[in-house]
Design a binder for this molecule. Structure first.
Ligand code: ZN
Length: 285
């Protein structure tokens, strides 16, 4: 089960990994916390969206369905409203009733229920920083940890299904500094323009601590599926922008993996790993 804050996050974080596991016969479910209805239009070639957050919610539902088809995953909405990315100095308050303002127990309840229904062995989410300072990403981390810790406890979240304890919890690290640096250097070496240098500088300026990668999934064969899923989010992803800045042949040569950090494991495993299911299913199966 891959838990994400907004529709499009499943396509930009760990997407090729989910497509690979689907191809191997794993039942993969994406759980999306919010409808992404406060997402800005980020694709300059997309026509203006009229009709406010209701219109955006409808568009993003359709985009999500098409991205899920591209990856081969199933997807469920957890039903919360996008908090939006506050901008300005001072930052404006978050909108009332949004996901990030929801009390933790209330915010985690639908995920606990979904874990008890779907019974995943592995759950992926974001690290405590959110990986990116969007309040919904930080909240996504909090609800994922809360649900992972309590879904198996019969005393907690009563009435939301039979207890189920997932075995491993991972954080996505697709945007690790070491990967972004490698991609930047590969572009420079190929005499191409790189948007990643600027990205690295702004990340350094924010002093986001680097976390350790424990698990590296080889998934270059599924980069095309990931790209189809990204393009499905047409309001959010500029087909000429950041995500498509590196030619795929260079990317596959430079970084044919997606990276994760094993945060909790209830099974014995040896680090580093090359499989999210290491210790759960027999090797090579
Ligand atoms: Zn997001």
């Amino acid at each position: 089960m891959a838990v994400h804050a907004h529709p499009d996050d499943e396509s930009s974080k760990g997407a090729a990994t989910t497509a690979r596991y689907v191809a191997e016969g794993v039942d993969v479910l994406v759980a999306t916390c919010t409808g992404g209805e406060r997402g800005d239009l980020l694709n300059p070639s997309y026509p203006p969206v009229e009709g406010g957050i209701e219109a955006m919610r409808e568009i993003r539902r359709a985009e999500m369905a098409s991205a899920a088809r591209a990856l081969g995953v199933r997807q469920r909405w957890l039903g919360f409203v996008d908090s939006g990315l506050p901008e300005g100095d001072p930052l404006p308050p978050l909108p009332e009733g949004c996901f990030a303002m929801t009390p933790l127990e209330e915010a985690a309840a639908p995920l606990v229920q979904l874990i008890r229904e779907f019974r995943p062995h592995v759950v992926t989410t974001y690290d405590p920083s959110g990986g990116y300072p969007h309040p919904d990403h930080i909240m996504c981390h909090r609800v994922s940890v809360e649900a992972f810790e309590t879904a198996g406890d019969p005393e907690r979240y009563r009435g939301l299904g039979e207890p189920w304890q997932p075995l491993k919890l991972y954080f996505n690290h697709g945007f690790s500094m070491v990967r972004m640096r490698a991609m930047h250097e590969a572009l420079v070496a190929a005499d191409r323009e790189s948007p990643f240098g600027e990205w690295i500088e702004s990340r350094q300026a924010r002093e986001i601590p680097e976390r350790s990668v424990t698990t590296r999934i080889a998934c270059a064969d599924w980069f095309p599926a990931r790209d189809d899923a990204l393009r499905a989010h047409a309001t959010q992803i500029d087909p000429d922008g950041f995500f498509f800045a590196i030619p795929r042949a260079i990317e596959a040569e430079t970084w044919p993996f997606e990276d994760f950090e094993l945060a909790v494991s209830h099974v014995p495993t040896t680090l580093p790993e090359d499989d999210l299911f290491a210790g759960i299913r027999p090797e090579g199966s």
